[in-house]
Design a protein around this ligand. Sequence first.
Ligand code: ZN
Length: 150
Amino acid sequence: MSDNQHIVCPHCNAVNRIPAERLDDGPACGKCHRTLFERHPIELTAANFDRHIGRSDIPVLVDFWAPWCGPCKMMAPQFEQAAAELEPSIRLAKVDTEAQQALGARFGIRSIPTLALFHNGREIARQPGAMGAADIVRWVRSQAQVAGNR
Ligand SMILES: [Zn+2]
């Protein structure tokens, strides 16, 4: 069984195949040569959402938020911190539901912030409400294990 992981580049959206044991070594994109993980959430839009959700072998945690939402802004630095801790085994991403209303509607996002965890193109868990970094990390790890991630 191959231990290569498909990783979608946050800069050019190219799908890279990275040996699992090299994920921790700061791998770069084969196409645009920029680093695939920057310990920082990436921005997803209608243009790149399906590619990242559908083609990533690692789970993708999406923060559905909006600029006018106070709790979302409070959670943003916590989410950043969680990205630094969870990458590269989990990709963290943000969807601005104000700018990307179609994505919010498609997933029936009724309250923000809402965290949704995707793996192999499917949503596997969802958690509404703001959370601290430690709680985000704990929640994601427990859900990813349930989904049989490695
Ligand atoms: Zn790239």
